[in-house]
Design a protein around this ligand. Structure first.
Ligand code: IPE
Ligand code: IPE
Ligand code: MG
Length: 247
C-alpha cells in the first residue's frame, strides 16, 4: 500500500513507516518576529501545528510521536515568555482533557515534572490517565526535558538500586539503563525531525537517538505541514541504515 503526497514521486511505503518519530519543534519565535507578532503568538501557532502533525502521524500509522515542547534550558528565557508558554500548555492540556476520547491519542509526559506548577502537573496526570485506554498514537510530550538531566536521574536511580543491594554494579547494561530512563518501554525513534534550519539536537533524547536518522527542515515550526511530514518519512525510507554493520 502506498500513500501519494502532493508530489507524484512521493510514494510512502505504508509497511515501512517509522514506529517512532521524534520532533524538535523549533522556530516559533522567528515565525512571530517575521510577522511583527509577539513570541507568544508564535508559540500559539506552534501548538496548532502540533495538532495537525499529531493527527497526520496517527493517520500515517506512526505508533509513537515524541515532541520537544520545553527543555530544561528554556527556563533561561524571559519570565514573560516562560509564563506565556505555560499558559498555552494549560490551554492545550484542558482542550485535550475535553476531547480525550475523540482523537484517541495516548498522552504521556517525559522530563522532570517537579519544576512545573502544581496545576500543570495535575492536568498532565489527568490527561495521562484519561487517555491510557485509548488505542491510537502514543503522544509523548517532552516538558522540562533535557537528555542530560534524564541520564542524571537514571544514574541516581540505578546507583541507589545497586547501593541497596538490589543488583550488582556489574549487572548494569543497556537494558537496565533504557528501563530507567523516562522513555522506558518506548522503542528508540527511527526518525528525528528538526525544523527551523538549526542543525543540532539541543539536549534532546541523547541516549535514544544513537542510531536515529535525522531530517532537518528549513521551515519554521508553525509553517510545517502534513506534506512536510510525509516528505520526511519518504526521505527516511530512502536511507541506508547500516547500524555499524556491512551489507
Ligand atoms: C521553539 O521555538 C519552542 C520552544 C523552544 C519552547 P523557539 O521559541 O525556540 O523559536 P525560535 O528558535 O526563537 O525561532
Ligand atoms: C529546542 O529548541 C527546544 C525545544 C524545541 C523545546 P531551542 O530553541 O531551545 O534550542 P536552541 O537554543 O536553538 O539550541
Ligand atoms: Mg529555538
Amino acid at each position: 500500500m502506498f500513500f501519494k503526497g502532493d508530489k507524484e514521486e512521493l510514494a510512502i511505503d505504508a509497511e515501512r513507516v517509522p514506529k517512532h518519530i521524534a520532533i524538535i519543534m523549533d522556530g516559533n519565535g522567528r515565525w512571530a518576529k517575521k510577522r511583527g507578532l509577539s513570541r507568544k503568538m508564535g508559540h500559539k501557532a506552534g501548538a496548532d501545528t502540533l495538532e495537525k502533525i499529531s493527527r497526520c502521524a496517527q493517520d500515517l500509522g506512526v505508533k509513537h510521536l515524541t515532541v520537544y515542547a520545553f527543555s530544561t534550558e528554556n527556563w533561561k528565557r524571559s519570565e514573560e515568555e516562560v509564563s506565556a508558554i505555560m499558559d498555552l500548555l494549560r490551554k492545550y492540556l484542558d482542550e485535550h482533557i475535553k476531547k480525550c476520547k475523540k482523537d484517541n491519542f495516548r498522552v504521556n509526559m517525559i522530563g522532570d515534572p517537579s519544576r512545573l506548577d502544581r496545576d500543570i502537573q495535575e492536568k498532565i496526570n489527568t490527561l495521562t490517565s484519561l487517555t491510557k485506554d485509548n488505542t491510537g498514537l502514543y503522544l509523548h510530550i517532552a516538558l522540562n526535558y533535557g537528555g542530560r538531566d534524564e541520564i542524571e536521574r537514571m544514574v541516581r536511580k540505578v546507583a541507589a538500586m545497586a547501593a541497596a543491594g538490589d543488583m550488582a554494579a556489574e549487572d548494569i547494561d543497556d537494558k537496565i539503563i533504557s528501563e530507567n530512563l523516562d522513555t522506558a518501554g518506548i522503542p528508540d525513534p527511527e526518525l528525528l525531525i528538526r525544523t527551523s534550519g538549526e542543525l543540532r539536537i539541543s539536549n534532546f533524547l541523547l541516549w535514544q537517538l544513537a542510531y536515529t536518522e535525522f531530517v532537518f527542515s528549513d521551515k519554521l515550526w508553525p509553517d510545517y505541514n502534513e506534506n512536510d511530514l510525509k516528505e520526511a518519512v519518504y526521505n527516511y525510507q530512502n536511507r541506508d541504515r547500516r547500524f555499524g554493520g556491512r551489507k
